[in-house]
Write a protein that binds this ligand. Structure first.
Ligand code: KG4
Ligand code: ZN
Length: 364
């Protein structure tokens, strides 16, 4: 094998080590020799059918995703049997698309990784049975993946992060703070006592009928709230953040949802409109809910940072806080967390928004 030395403009016969380095620098194309391990990741834990092909150095070779958001928005929430059917209808196509984009033949895969928990049982089942069938056909190893661990470790694709670090996972189904001490070594510091923040935002968005709002009709509840909040006044209402006296790192969002519902009912009366119509103060309500949620998340995270530093579980300076999950794609929440990390000599790292929401890359 000969390598072109670009500076000298000549070919030379390299050492074995150089050949290896050269091959490692390649992205894969059909017919090209490669040494990297390549994993197909499959995710069906909730309402996204997603697949990706990633190599062991984190190069994303191919990706595909089918979102069910629009269907579930119409039915006013996720109906598990509907989600299951949609996963069944799409999984083969999505896996095929990810593989085609990667230009990797299935026989060249090193393993197949699939979300096995936590999530909706009917949705998880589709990904699992599809994967096991594929594993059997291709005779490849199977890697079972914990969905929350995948969210927590996604940051290692985009940033060099040393263990230990603190992780805040805020999504539609989960809300937790954990100290990540290794790839599968997590110390749980706090969790939601009731619903997750994304679930709360989805419920408020539904109550505000934002699906009928011309600017938000195809957005998830959380995204719609973020979008409208930019036009609203967060001081219009005053809602106290939940659990402000609790001396732990737990969260709660049901109270916030209920108080917001009461405000909405009061406003509907004042504006003389029925449930299902858009309130003129919808943007103010969105801004207030988003702000109160962000304050609550930041206060609980602050407690976790102090706890870890007091016990030397995190370094005193430049400790890393990773925020991930669908709600961490919210820029208001990110800004609030940034203020916290600046004040506590920590560094905030968030995966790009498309890697915060469910995807196949994090599983692979
Ligand atoms: O991580 P994810 O895709 O799925 C779960 O594992 O739950 O998160 C989905 C959740 C939904 O509740 C959605 O409303 C919320 O994340 N979400 C957002 C935003 N984008 C998605 N919440 C706040 N702001 C956003 N921009
Ligand atoms: Zn998720």
């Amino acid at each position: 094998m000969l390598i072109l030395n670009k500076t000298a403009g000549v070919f030379f016969k390299p050492s074995k080590r150089k050949v290896y380095e050269f091959l490692r620098s390649f992205n894969f194309h059909p017919g090209t020799l490669f040494l990297h391990k390549i994993v197909l990741g499959i995710e069906t834990s909730c309402d996204d059918t997603a697949a990706a092909v990633v190599d062991e150095t984190g190069n994303v070779l191919g990706e595909a995703i089918h979102s069910q958001t629009e269907v579930h928005l119409k039915t006013g929430g996720i109906v598990p049997a509907v989600a299951q059917q949609l996963h069944r209808d799409n999984i083969q196509r999505i896996v095929q698309e990810a593989l085609s984009a990667s230009r990797i033949s299935p026989s060249d895969l090193s393993a197949i990784a699939t979300t096995i928990k936590p999530g909706l049982a009917l949705s998880l089942g589709v990904g699992l049975s599809f994967s096991l069938q594929l594993v059997g056909q291709l005779k490849k190893p199977f890697i079972p993946i914990h969905h929350m661990e995948a969210h927590a470790l996604t940051i290692r694709l985009t940033n060099k992060v040393e263990f230990p670090f603190l992780v805040l996972l805020i999504s539609g189904g989960h809300c937790l703070l954990a100290l990540v001490q290794g790839v599968s070594d997590f110390l749980l510091l706090g969790k939601s006592l009731d619903i997750a923040p994304g679930d709360m935002l989805d419920k408020v968005a539904r109550r505000l009928s934002l699906i009928k709002h011309p600017e938000c009709s195809t957005m998830s509840g959380g995204k719609a709230i973020e979008h409208l909040a930019k036009q609203g006044n967060r001081f219009h209402f005053d809602i106290k953040p939940p659990l402000h006296r609790a001396k732990n790192c737990d969260f709660s969002f049901t109270g916030l949802q209920q108080v917001t519902n009461k405000r909405i009912m009061k406003k509907e009366k004042e504006e003389g409109i029925e449930e299902g119509q858009i309130l003129s103060s919808a943007a103010d309500i969105a801004a207030t809910v988003q702000h109160t949620m962000a304050c609550h998340i930041v206060k609980r995270t602050h407690r976790a940072i102090l706890f870890c530093k007091q016990r030397d579980l995190l370094p005193q300076n430049n400790a890393v806080l990773v925020a991930s999950g669908g709600v961490a794609s919210n820029f208001y929440v990110r800004r609030a967390l940034e203020i916290l990390t600046n004040a506590t000599q920590c560094t905030l790292l968030c995966p790009p928004p498309r890697l915060c929401t469910d995807n196949g890359i994090m599983i692979a």
